[in-house]
Design a protein around this ligand. Sequence first.
Ligand code: ADP
Length: 442
Amino acid sequence: MTTQVRLLANRLIKYNYMQDPDDPVINAEIDYLSNFNNGRLLVVNDDLMVIKDTYGKSLGKTIVSEETITCLKEGTKGTYAYFDKQNGLIELVVPVVEDKQSEGSDVVDTDKIEVVRGAVMLSISMDPIHRSLIKLSRQIAVYEGLIIITILIIALMLAHKLMKPFDKITADINEVKAGYTEDSIEIPKLTEARHIAIAFNSLLRRMKVLDDSRQEFVSNVSHELRTPITSMKVLADSLLSMGEEAPVEIYRDFMEDIGKEVDRENKIIGDLLTLVKLDKKNPELEVKSVDIEALIEGVLKRIKPIAMQRDIELIFESKRSVTAEIDEVKISQVMTNLVENAVKYNKDGGSVKVVLDADHQNFTVKVMDTGVGIPEDALEHVFERFYRVDKSRSREIGGTGLGLAIARSAVLMHRGTIDVDSKLGVGTTFTVKIPLILAAEK
Ligand code: ADP
């Protein structure tokens, strides 16, 4: 604006306006400048008299304002520009300077001698700009509001669309939870929901497997527990039906049989309890340093009388003395079960050989017998609960079908392995491998 007014001031000199304020060309320029800026333009001569006022109000009057006087006194340096915040006005005072040496030039040259002929004053109201600003900010606020509402609507619609598959999964899961169905839930298209549904279905399958095996276990247990009771009932009924004339020997015989069945029942319950304890989520191991040689010798000593009855030889071969950190009771049970089986399923006059060996990480115990052997297709099942190759034979010799399952659980608790190798009619070898130091659980 200052530049525009300065240019006008130069033209005032050029067209001699200060002497002839009626020049129509300059008057038109002045009017245009004031209209364009929406302001009021005054031209005062060097006597401070108004020779042009675009509002026409002060024409011919004298203006005695500090800025105008300074401007006339200082010449080019007296240019005054000020924003009157209170009234919302831009005030501009520019001197009309005549350059004596270069008359008619458009350029104001400060090095030349200047004669101040008057001043141009322009005051522009900021109100229209203010009003436009307010209008504009209102419009912006409206647009902002509209944009926010649109975004919210789109977000809600998207959220609804995204939540739909999850709602469906939740409903399906609730159906399963309520027990209405056990079927796999439908896999949705949305990737994240797909992952959840797939994970849930595999969990469902795992639960079904667990449930099936639990049901099988319960029915096996019931069956196993019922068998001795049925036998006792039959024995007791037969005794009763014989009446009082039955000879005492028969009574004694039957009572002995009933006693045996009670022992069997007791053994099954005992084994079941042992198994349940081992199956617990966090079974406790009472780990301490144990001399394995001594442990095996102890086991063999206990079983020797039974082996001797059938003329079975028990041989122990220790390749090195071993001390390991184990739960003595549990590993002792493992060894007892293996050696007992080796005797139970042996031929009269056969032999059982136990070999102990170790490397720097594990110790290995092999229990080899010269017994009946296990058919190949049964090998993978012998560690299952209640599995018996020959049910009646096992029962005859007091087996519960739980011995190897117990042994396996106890070995796994020690982070060891148990394997079986057998040849039908020749013999069986069970190999147990257990770390010398129990690794801490992760
Ligand atoms: P059980 O109480 O019947 O002996 P186990 O779990 O100890 O139950 O063994 C499961 C089955 O594995 C036995 O019934 C038997 O058929 C077979 N078995 C185990 N050990 C031997 C072995 N040393 N020789 C032959 N068969 C064996």
